[in-house]
Design a protein around this ligand. Structure first.
Ligand code: T3D
Length: 264
């Protein structure tokens, strides 16, 4: 039986999904897409899962689209339908990651290129091994950043740096990515998974619904003016203020005990 292209492992309340095509640096085939989206959906649907870690097997995180995957070729032998692939596969993937009901951490163990880089950058927190790197490889093959890259890059690092990364397609070492504000943390290679799992475990014990609402509010507020963002905050706090987690958080604080959050 062929090995799964997505390895699924659960540790406590943390679901770890590992891209598993190491010989091809975990580049995306249609078959890998067909396993990753359902694996994310299963994590979203499972109330016992309160955080997700996404990582790669072997020396790479993900080299983006597998440029040799025959499934990407057009059926009539003409030009490949790249737009169709993006619409059918990368768009649902990027949307799923960005709307997960739990925090998603990318544990970037090696090179993250093309859609692989933007898959990582679309996660809530990116922890990278010191030897990892990020490459907006698209310009080198005549494409634009996809898998959310056009939206994410300028918001993360500003237009000038986004354009620098996207136009040159140069390799950005993990430490420089952190210094630019593109990612959250860089750790020694040997500490990557322990660090990502510890972070995921910490987030898993927090008020999950509020964490997901925080991501949504920050994303939504980017499209709003100041007054609109204040309206959004009032609306969101109104809903969260009625949640069991808020009642538990306040009660635990007043009683000087550890809170036990259950909402999701
Ligand atoms: O349909 C569509 O195309 C739409 C979607 C587009 C989204 C995209 O992601 S477009 C961008 C696609 N990705 C790339 O252009 C990156 C291509 N890869 C590289 O530039 C380099 O491999 C890396 C810089 C990522 C790593 O370099 P290095 O020297 O560490 O490793 P390597 O020797 O190049 O790669 C190792 C193996 O992985 C090698 O196979 P081999 O020779 O050992 O049999 C290489 O061919 C394979 N590999 C790496 N990336 C891809 C790949 N095979 C297929 N597709 C890849 N993207």
């Amino acid at each position: 039986m062929p090995e799964s292209l997505i390895l699924v492992h659960t540790q406590g309340a943390v679901r770890v999904l590992t891209l598993n095509r190491p010989a091809q640096l975990n580049s995306f085939t249609g078959a890998m897409h067909a396993e990753l989206l359902p694996a994310l959906q299963a994590a979203a649907d499972d109330c016992s899962v309160r955080a997700v870690v996404l990582t790669g097997a072997g020396r790479g995180f993900c080299a983006g689209q597998d440029l040799g995957d025959p499934a990407m070729n057009s059926s009539d032998g003409g030009a490949p339908d790249v737009g169709g692939v993006v619409e059918r596969l990368y768009k649902p993937l990027a949307l799923r990651v960005r709307s997960m009901p739990v925090p998603v951490i990318a544990a970037v163990n090696g090179v993250a290129a093309g859609a692989g880089a933007n898959l990582a950058l679309g996660c809530d927190l990116v922890v990278a091994a010191r030897s990892a790197s990020f490459i907006q490889a698209f310009s080198k093959i005549g494409l634009i950043p996809d898998c959310g890259g056009t939206w994410l890059l300028p918001r993360l690092v500003g237009r000038a740096r986004a354009l620098g990364l996207a136009l040159t397609g140069d390799k950005l070492p993990a430490e420089e990515a952190r210094a630019l504000g593109l990612i959250w943390q860089v750790v020694d290679d040997a500490l990557l998974m322990d660090t990502a799992l510890a972070l995921a475990t910490k987030l898993a014990a927090m008020p999950t619904r509020a964490l997901a609402a925080t991501r949504q509010a920050l994303d939504d507020a980017l499209q709003l003016d100041y007054a609109g963002a204040l309206d959004l905050e009032a609306r969101q706090q109104g809903e969260l203020g009625r949640s069991a987690d808020f009642a538990e958080g306040v009660a635990a604080f007043m009683a000087k005990r550890a809170a036990v959050f259950k909402d999701r």
